[in-house]
Write a protein that binds this ligand. Structure first.
Ligand code: 4AD
Ligand code: MG
Length: 481
């Protein structure tokens, strides 16, 4: 007999004569009530064991974490909180779980402890919910772009280019450390390496994505990206997933419109498809915040916060306006910021971004037109900017509790301007010959952005540490599992 998912049993419209469910025991009460979960829903199904006619030996093996198969009738439940339960006629232990040793005890564990047990934390309510929401959000990403006719492009994971020019890359090599081939001047001879050149894990698929946009019109990537930046924060991973749409003939305003519409769509999708999981996560957050001082609690409950983002336009503010706001802000005047904003040109730190979003505007913010020298080489130089105050058509989207969730720009489409910029920054033109070809042959205005998928999942689930929204986080000094 094929087993039925717990979700379908709980959603049944009638009682059923014979059903079979398979899952893992969450709790076993009074030698009688199994709370069974199979991952199909946050909810457990209650299975009532006929303990008088079940051997003690079997009853003893119904422990938290054990895999079991229960067969019986689906009947209306007399207990509160569930419509149906299974009156068990046959119980089979599929896999024992030693109650003394199973780390996921039915009690509250710290997130740190759960991170160390990332292979088992997914058996908890919270992580089951987070990972289901993550899965639905992934699907929403594809659904949005596919509905709009974008082409999904798989850009390479191994590449020779440093798209962001930030140099925070993991090398990919097949050379041996013991007997490394050297050139005459003692440097590593990458000509003898697997690819015959120096390669790294991609930090972004943008440059390759641009070449596709200049043929297919509208494209998006969605894949893993890698950064060897040694920032041990609750917002950074060494391996994270990024979504990068790129659209021919879009300018910066079109780009901002696309990003806003896209984010609202995927959040709405999650609200529609994951209401039970999100309600659970909202409750979890409220519970957690009870122990915090009033000032540190969120102003809105999770679902209100998500709905707020759907119902309100993102505030669009130029970098220059933002600097004025920050310079005049109380934390700046009282020197509460770690980095004091004195003048135009300063790079914004996450404390500034969060001040703008959480204290000043109290809504998602799109900052645009940044100083050219704090942004990447490929961004479109603004026309009519003052010498010494050159700006580029960049935009960052800042979210409450998260900071930067999106970084994007209109791209420099003019061959000469781009080459000059690359020269000034010491970027090898020969290495990027293929990128420059897009500007040599049929160049056009185009724009795109990158959204950090885990930062989106953080926002939607209300979690606060990025390590808790990816199955097996990769961070400095940690690559377990
Ligand atoms: O702002 P970034 O570096 O932009 C790019 O990579 C561009 N090539 C995107 C484009 O225009 N196509 O990264 C984009 C986003 C950030 O806004 C952030 O959400 C996320 O990627 N991100 C990270 N997420 C987790 N861990 C990290 N270490 C991240 N670095 C960036
Ligand atoms: Mg950025």
């Amino acid at each position: 007999m094929r087993h039925t998912k717990v979700k379908d049993l709980l959603n049944s419209t009638t009682t059923l004569h014979e059903v079979n469910a398979k899952g893992w025991v969450r709790t076993f009460r009074n030698n009688q009530f199994i709370a069974l979960n199979d991952g199909s829903t946050i909810n457990n199904i209650q299975c009532v064991v006929d303990f008088e006619n079940t051997p003690d030996e079997t009853l003893r093996r119904i422990t938290t974490g054990a895999a079991v198969s229960v067969t019986g009738t689906l009947v209306e439940s007399k207990g509160a909180g569930q419509k149906f339960e299974i009156q068990v006629t046959k119980l089979e232990i599929l896999g024992d779980s030693d109650a003394e040793k199973f780390p996921m005890q039915p009690k509250k564990h710290s997130l740190e402890f759960l991170r160390e047990n990332a292979h088992l934390r997914v058996r908890t309510n919270a992580f089951g919910a987070i990972m289901r929401v993550r899965s639905v959000l992934s699907f929403a990403v594809h659904s949005y772009f596919q509905e709009k006719g974008f082409v999904y492009v798989n850009t390479p994971i191994i590449t020779g280019s440093d798209a962001e020019g930030a140099g925070e890359m993991f090398k990919v090599t097949a050379l041996s450390f013991d007997n490394t081939p050297r050139t005459e001047d003692g440097k590593v001879n990458y000509k003898e390496d697997f690819f015959g050149k120096e390669t790294n894990l991609t930090v972004s698929g943008q440059l390759e994505g641009e070449t596709f946009a200049m043929a297919l019109g509208q494209i998006y990537t969605f894949g893993p990206t890698f950064r060897a930046e040694n920032s041990n924060t609750s917002r950074h991973l060494a391996e994270f997933w990024m979504i990068e749409p790129e659209v021919a003939f879009n300018d910066l305003n079109d780009n901002m419109d696309l990003a806003e519409d896209f984010i609202q769509y995927v959040i709405k999708y999650a609200l529609d498809k994951c209401s039970e999981d999100l309600k659970f996560l909202e409750g979890r957050l409220l519970e957690e915040e009870k122990s915090k001082p009033q000032a540190e609690r969120s102003e809105m409950a999770l679902l209100d916060k998500l709905n707020f983002v759907l119902e309100n336009n993102f505030k669009r503010v130029s970098y220059t306006e933002a600097i004025d706001i920050l310079r005049d802000s109380t934390p700046n005047k009282k020197k509460k910021f770690n980095y004091i904003i004195n003048e135009w040109g300063a790079d914004l730190q996450s404390e500034h971004e969060r001040y703008l979003v959480e204290k000043h505007f109290k809504c998602p913010v799109i900052l645009f037109d940044y100083p050219a020298n704090i942004k990447a080489f490929y961004m479109r130089l603004n026309d009519n900017t003052e010498p010494g105050r050159e700006t580029v058509r960049a935009m960052d989207i800042l979210f409450p509790g998260i900071g930067e969730i999106v970084g994007g720009s209109q791209r420099e489409e003019r061959f000469d301007v781009l080459v000059e910029k690359m020269k000034a920054l010491g970027i090898d033109e020969e290495e990027l010959w293929w990128y420059l070809d897009t500007r040599r042959f049929g160049s056009a205005v185009h724009s795109g952005f990158g959204l950090g998928f885990e930062r989106l999942v953080l926002f939607v689930t209300g979690m606060t540490n990025i390590r808790d929204v990816i199955p097996f986080p990769r961070t400095p000094m940690n690559a377990e599992f």
